[in-house]
Design a protein around this ligand. Structure first.
Ligand code: ADP
Length: 499
């Protein structure tokens, strides 16, 4: 195996339930293992336990059993455990990044950045644990005293995606544990190794058995159903597609669970006539082509003012044509593989459909990359070239669906009102971006955009200190920031009657 970890014991292949690394229990699925491959070249990385519904249930019971003790710790004690976990992640950053690039494909520099980002949530919520305040409410009756306390929701189940396999786990686990909840996570079957390594470090940090559990398995629908319907789970938190989010919302409704949903996006960038074009082009490249376009906040549509379109396009095409495609561990590579062959086919189908609707490709738009891939050991069917489409019809799927690949559709506008209407013409509402040098315009448009997050002259909008989340069909709830922990807390009101 090409993956050379400094600490090979971080490569875990079993479920972690009640503090035990274990294979599926007796009445389990067949086959009992599934393979994890490197998407860039098909290399077999590991055979991983294929958990069944029974294992998911065991994990929930373990979390439920661990809840009284964990929630009874002082906030300072819980914070101490989280701080130790944070330190271990940072100490093993290089191995964790290599594991991620190997199973997910993203360039190593992006994987390293994700590990630091993932760890930052643990540091942040270790600090927030100590600042969970209740209220004393000024009474409206002399013989009563009114107050609120904050208590953990209970057992939390999380389902995480493959595009940010580490950060999406810690963004949920850290506030849950900080609040005093216990946790069961089912990572995506494409990228279980990152989740397992993080949890191995949680174990080393002394987080007690049952407080954090991982169930890895291929049958995501079966495992998801257990997590979303089990009566001992009080909250389900999910990052993934709107389609699966809706399934989980329906399932969670049966027992009225708390829910957080980080779902799909269709981010527009509005490039106005007065924009700094170089900055806007750099922003489009950084946002659109990060993780090969497989991020929920990446630019999905470029809306550019008609008067600067030609100049903008010329610079954009020049810059896009310098991007290097290849193996994520190779120096200088900007774009890795897409996650699966099917993902490549789906992205190409969106491009073909747009071309049939009258668009023209300024670069890219073809599937077979063999000539461009210097390394012949790579699987060409896993890669898609950075693509720019001009004259795209507003009705094309590439404008209306989440692309999740390195494809930029260009649209033009003439007036600010038209730009806002185009930007809001979607059922999604996660992130939007504006490029303008006019501050008044930036304020007014930020307020008019039906999105949970707006970047003004900036695409690097995420960090642990900001509330990440969407409106409309992009989701429910916020992750990170001072608000993130509220998702894992109940407010209890206590009325004290006086004599
Ligand atoms: P993506 O487009 O990012 O793959 P998905 O929503 O398909 O988004 O996947 C996100 C997570 O949801 C993954 O962990 C996946 O295994 C899981 N998942 C997929 N289908 C279901 C389902 N029917 N029920 C519950 N979880 C699911």
């Amino acid at each position: 195996m090409a993956m050379k970890l400094q600490d090979p014991t971080l490569l875990k292949t079993q479920c972690y339930i009640a503090g035990q690394w274990q294979d599926p229990q007796a009445n389990s699925t067949t086959p009992i293992h599934f393979a994890v491959h490197n998407p860039a070249n098909g290399e077999l990385l590991a055979q991983v336990t294929n958990a069944s519904s029974h294992d998911a249930e065991q994990a929930i019971i373990a979390a439920h059993d661990a809840l009284p003790q964990w929630s009874a710790l002082t906030a300072k004690e819980r914070a101490g455990h989280l701080r130790d976990w944070f330190n271990l992640i940072m100490a093993h950053k290089a191995d964790l990044a290599l594991l991620m690039t190997s199973e997910q494909g993203k360039p190593l520099a992006e994987a390293e950045a994700e590990i630091a980002y993932a760890a930052s949530f643990i540091e942040w919520f270790a600090e927030e644990a100590k600042r969970i305040y209740g209220d004393i409410i000024p009474t409206n009756t002399d013989n009563k005293r009114l107050l609120t306390i904050k208590q953990p929701v209970g057992v939390v189940a999380a389902i995480t995606p493959w595009n940010f396999p580490s950060a999406m786990l810690t963004r949920k686990a850290a506030p849950a544990l900080a609040a005093g909840c216990t946790f069961v996570v089912k990572p995506a079957a494409e990228t279980p190794l990152s989740a397992l390594a993080l949890v191995a470090l949680a174990e080393r940090a002394g987080i007690p058995p049952g407080v954090i559990n991982v169930v890895v398995g291929e049958d995501s629908a079966a495992l998801g159903e257990v997590l979303a319907t089990h009566s001992k789970v009080r909250k389900i938190t999910f990052t993934g597609s709107t389609r699966v989010g809706k399934i989980l919302l329906r399932q969670a409704a049966q027992s009225v669970k708390r829910v957080s949903m980080e779902l799909g996006g269709n981010a527009p960038v509005l490039v106005f006539e007065d924009a700094d074009i170089e900055k806007a082009v750099a922003g489009v490249i950084a946002s659109k082509y990060r993780n090969a376009g497989q991020t929920c906040i990446c630019i999905n549509r470029v809306l550019v003012h008609k008067n600067i379109k030609e100049q903008f396009i010329q610079r954009l095409v020049e810059q896009v044509n310098t991007l290097q495609i290849g193996l994520g561990t190779r120096a200088g590579v900007d774009i890795g593989p897409l996650i699966t062959h099917q993902a490549v086919q789906r992205v190409h189908a969106l491009v073909v459909d747009a071309l049939a609707d009258g668009a023209n490709a300024l670069t890219g738009a073809h599937t077979f990359l063999t000539d461009e891939l210097a390394d012949k050991d790579l699987d060409p069917n896993q890669f898609y070239p950075p693509t720019i489409l001009d004259n795209v019809s507003l009705d094309s799927a590439v404008v209306n669906e989440e692309i999740f690949g390195p494809v930029t559709p260009l649209l033009t506008f003439s007036t600010t009102d038209e730009a806002i209407a185009l930007a809001n013409a979607t059922e999604y509402g996660l992130a939007a971006y504006i490029y303008t040098s006019d501050t008044t315009k930036a304020w007014r448009i930020s307020e008019a955009l039906e999105y949970g997050m707006v970047g003004v002259n900036e695409v690097g909008i995420t960090s642990e200190v900001i509330p990440f989340g969407g409106v409309k069909e992009s989701g429910l709830g916020r992750e990170g920031s001072k608000y993130g922990i509220d998702e894992y807390l109940e407010t209890k009101y206590i009325c004290m009657g006086l004599n």
